[in-house]
Design a protein around this ligand. Structure first.
Ligand code: AHR
Length: 325
């Protein structure tokens, strides 16, 4: 039976008055004080996202936080609707992983006016007024792009080129797509042997990566020396497309990817992907601890950075059994 907070308090008051306060009356009150977190997820576009959702849900259960969860199916308007509904429901904290970087001011001003703190996870936003959110927990995508770029520069250090790169971009306007592209450019821009001959979004999905790669193969065929995929799902789709076209990914076409999921590791162990730049989706525990701190009025750093590394193909087989996602 569910009873309201007011009814519960009346029951407790009556019990105290009668000297018969019981444990169950206390537990009704304790249940009522649970923190409620509204979490607006991007979608379910990738293995990374599935692991991220699982991490958020299990960490909320572990931390005894009441989680309201929504899936925006990769659409900003759905995320904005979800955030508005969390404001209307007067949740204690709102967290979200923004689909794209821009366009968040109006809804975040509404959250601010309702005095509901907002935490960003995974992806960052582009706003002038950074007081619209408390903290941002997640990876440095620009650094990930640089790491991919440095691996490429090192791999071709004794090669005169040209090195023709086909880039499979993530969701248009998203922080990881923008920054993984910019990080690569920053590293290779002064070496003319590197040429990005094709660049298109596969929306971070396996099907999208495969479709875009099929089109690249039709146009550029054997001219493609390297595939730079913004995530493992698109890289796996591209690998399928190359194999169907009789190409040998990992051998005659170098494959560079991001996330370091089990799928990426399996492709590396099979010799089809050359390097995977790590991006950890296991943000749930850090998020729940930040939620508790915010509710307790504790100060938080504006940026909470995830620690990550780079996995070359040579370590894949031995590391695969220990991968958590
Ligand atoms: O924002 C993180 C990115 O989003 C991951 O690299 C990708 O797999 C996911 O869909």
């Amino acid at each position: 039976m569910t009873i309201s907070r007011r009814t519960a308090l009346r029951v407790i008051a009556a019990c105290v008055g009668a000297g018969t306060l019981t444990l169950s009356a206390f537990s009704v009150q304790a249940e009522d004080k649970k923190i409620t977190l509204g979490f607006a997820q991007v979608g379910a576009e990738s293995a990374w996202r599935t692991a991220n959702t699982e991490s958020v849900k299990s960490a909320a259960a572990e931390a005894k936080i009441n989680l309201k969860f929504s899936d925006a199916q990769q659409k900003q308007e759905n995320q904005i609707k979800a955030i508005r509904s969390y404001i209307a429901q007067k949740v204690d904290v709102i967290a979200f992983s923004p689909v794209v970087e821009s366009g968040w001011e109006p809804v975040l001003l509404e959250a601010k006016a309702a005095k509901i703190p907002v935490i960003l996870t995974d992806r960052n936003i582009d706003v002038k007024d950074t007081s619209l959110y408390v903290t941002m927990i997640g990876s440095d995508f620009m650094e990930e792009g640089r790491r991919g770029g440095h691996w490429i520069a090192d791999h071709y250090k004794n090669d005169k080129g040209p090195v023709n790169i086909a880039e499979l971009q993530g969701t248009v306007g998203s922080a990881p797509a923008n920054d993984r592209h910019s990080g690569l450019i920053e590293v290779i821009k002064n070496d003319p042997k590197f040429k990005i001959i094709a660049s298109q979004s596969g929306d971070f999905t396996l099907a999208g990566g495969k479709q875009v790669m099929e089109a690249f193969i039709k146009t550029y065929g054997n001219k493609i020396n390297l595939v730079y995929a913004h995530n493992d799902d698109m890289a796996l789709g591209a690998i399928q497309a190359m194999e169907e076209a009789g190409m040998h990914p990992g051998k005659d076409v170098i494959v560079v990817s991001f996330d370091a999921t089990k799928g990426g590791f399996q492709a590396m162990a099979a010799g089809k992907m050359n390097v995977d730049v790590e991006c950890s989706p296991l943000l749930g525990p850090q998020l729940m601890s930040a939620v508790k701190d915010v509710v307790a009025g504790k100060p938080l750093p504006k940026r909470i950075l995830t620690e990550e590394t780079v996995f070359p193909m040579s370590v894949a087989a031995q590391t695969l059994p220990t991968r958590k996602y």
